[in-house]
Design a protein around this ligand. Structure first.
Ligand SMILES: CCCCCCC/C=C/C(=O)SCCNC(=O)CCNC(=O)[C@H](O)C(C)(C)COP(=O)(O)OP(=O)(O)OC[C@H]1O[C@@H](n2cnc3c(N)ncnc32)[C@H](O)[C@@H]1OP(=O)(O)O
Ligand SMILES: NC(=O)C1=CN([C@@H]2O[C@H](COP(=O)(O)OP(=O)(O)OC[C@H]3O[C@@H](n4cnc5c(N)ncnc54)[C@H](OP(=O)(O)O)[C@@H]3O)[C@@H](O)[C@H]2O)C=CC1
Length: 318
């Protein structure tokens, strides 16, 4: 419910920048579409005229999200299907189900994924395998089923949500390896499937303010404290974390005809964070960087900056 409240507040203040009939007549799938980034993507695709099926494991959350979306978009088809993308049979059944309901599958957004933060030495083989299975094998299974069952004959558009694995991913060895593999998979599929009219791209988010990601990390405990996503803000060139709507905007661009000549890319959306490779460069204060979508309340952001300054983690002028 807390998540619904946050997402409801965001919707009241936010409207897509894209043309409202951009995806009119199209239908597609958003895995992980019941929460966070996936929910924002499903919401924007519906705003822009598409019919959307959301899928993940938790039926209650899916049903609640679908009800919210149906209420917001009574003129669209909003469907949901329970599917663990780590189960090949469930993936095949899920793709069949989308086609039964919509009769077409113009786009797939692979947003289901995740991991837990831990130093590499504390990740068991099974833990590593589990995270790779979810993020790499699960994503591959969805892509291949979508291609085999529909896109081989009709073309289509795939966007894989990964993560900024670039330059290594401390505390996230399992997900870093899996996401880098998906970036490479994206390139291979883009090459092989161009002949079938299928574009395949990836979007790599940095730190994004999503209710579930905050809860996820808050319950695990790790070196960045209670809220590692927000605590990272002082070390990002634009000095803030991102919003789910900013990720959604990039996904909608990649799914749109404006990106017709774009395939096989991994677009980073991280406020410049992965460019921070020069240890002698101290980030300046930023007060006019543009904002879009739902971001942490001003007072939360200020508190994070003040805590960082007190801990002498931040050398630039606040
Ligand atoms: C350092 C901070 C950086 C911040 C920036 C990062 C930005 C990224 C943000 C996000 O990605 S937000 C999205 C967050 N949402 C999720 O991750 C949800 C999905 N995640 C999961 O479902 C789990 O994490 C999972 C492990 C991928 C799957 O869970 P499942 O219940 O299927 O696994 P289990 O069967 O219970 O366990 C398998 C294996 O993994 C070990 N394990 C699971 N959780 C932990 C943990 N918290 N700590 C340590 N180990 C864990 C578990 O012990 C099993 O291994 P064995 O014990 O059998 O060896
Ligand atoms: N927020 C951030 O800062 C960042 C997020 N990301 C990635 O973006 C994606 C969305 O993240 P975000 O919205 O923040 O977090 P969420 O936890 O809200 O999103 C993860 C989604 O994946 C679904 N999911 C997890 N495991 C499975 C599975 N085995 N089968 C099907 N669905 C599954 C979850 O639903 P359910 O539990 O019902 O299955 C949930 O809807 C994830 O891949 C995340 O790792 C990457 C970088 C940064």
């Amino acid at each position: 419910m807390a998540q619904q409240a946050v997402e409801g507040a965001a919707r009241a203040q936010w409207a897509s920048v894209f043309r409202e009939d951009l995806f009119e007549g199209q239908a597609g799938l958003v895995t992980g579409g019941g929460t966070g980034i996936g929910f924002a993507i499903a919401f924007e695709l519906l705003t822009l005229g598409a019919d959307v099926l959301i899928t993940s494991r938790n039926e209650d959350r899916l049903a609640e999200a679908a009800a919210t979306l149906r209420k917001a978009f009574p003129e669209r088809k909003v469907e949901y299907f329970v599917c663990n993308i780590r189960d090949d049979k469930e993936v095949a059944a899920m793709i069949t189900n989308v086609l039964e309901r919509f009769g077409r599958l113009n786009f797939v957004v692979n947003c289901a994924g995740g991991q837990y933060p831990a130093p590499a030495s504390a990740i068991t083989n099974n833990g590593f395998r589990t995270v790779v299975d979810l993020n790499l094998n699960g994503t591959f299974a969805v892509c291949r089923e979508a291609f085999d069952q529909y896109m081989f004959d009709h073309g289509g558009n795939i966007v894989n949500i990964i993560a900024t694995y670039h330059n290594g991913f401390p505390m996230m060895a399992h997900t870093g390896a899996a996401r880098a593999a998906v970036a490479n998979l994206t390139e291979t599929l883009a090459l092989e499937w161009a002949a079938y009219g299928v574009r395949v791209n990836s979007v790599a988010p940095g730190n994004i303010y999503s209710e579930s990601s905050k809860l996820h990390y808050r319950t695990k405990g790790n070196f960045l404290g209670d809220d590692p996503i927000a605590a990272a803000a002082p070390f990002i060139p634009c000095k803030r974390i991102g919003s789910t709507q900013e990720v959604s905007g990039l996904v909608c661009f990649l799914l749109s005809p404006a990106a017709s000549y774009v395939t096989g890319v991994t677009a980073r959306i991280d406020g410049g964070a992965t460019l921070m490779s020069n240890a002698s460069y101290v980030l300046c204060d930023v007060d006019n960087y543009p904002k879009y979508g739902e971001l942490p309340p001003e007072e939360d952001t200020r508190a994070v900056f003040e805590a960082a300054a007190q801990a002498k983690l931040l050398e630039s002028k606040l």
